[in-house]
Design a protein. Structure first.
Length: 137
């Protein structure tokens, strides 16, 4: 497949390559299985628990745990209108806690249609560690 980068045709074997890596080839990102049980709680309620988390390590950024959607209790979350873009992973969507009272801020994000380099975190969510309790065992 050919893609255009700075006006130059570039050959790539990826169908949806991350433009960030084309502009910054020294950038590094790895995704690996996390070999621990991960539990996420918010306001004392467990909203996720998994033995299949993945850890994303990206140069210049803190490590981030991604939890499979199948292990997240979406009944306790509601999607918000927040959207952001990462040139290495793609477009992110966000969720907050659902329920009674004033709606809080976003606590989880996901790349539902990530670039090829981040396909391993498709259908996985990541939580803001400063807004939830994340336990590893």
């Amino acid at each position: 497949m050919r893609s255009l980068h700075n006006g130059v045709n570039v050959m790539t074997d990826k169908e949806n390559p991350a433009p960030g890596f084309l502009r910054n080839p020294k950038k590094r990102m790895t995704i690996a299985p996390q070999k621990k049980t991960i539990s996420v709680k918010a306001d004392g309620l467990e909203i996720a628990k998994t033995e299949a988390a993945k850890i994303l390590r990206e140069s210049g950024c803190p490590d981030v745990l991604y939890i499979p959607f199948a292990d997240i209790n979406f009944a306790r979350l509601e999607q918000t209108r927040t959207r952001t873009h990462c040139p290495y992973k793609g477009d992110a969507t966000y969720w907050r806690l659902s329920g009674a009272g004033e709606p809080g801020g976003d606590i989880m994000w996901a790349y539902q249609d990530p670039y090829d380099e981040a396909l391993e975190i498709k259908e996985h969510g990541a939580f803001y560690a400063e807004l939830v309790d994340i336990e590893e065992s």
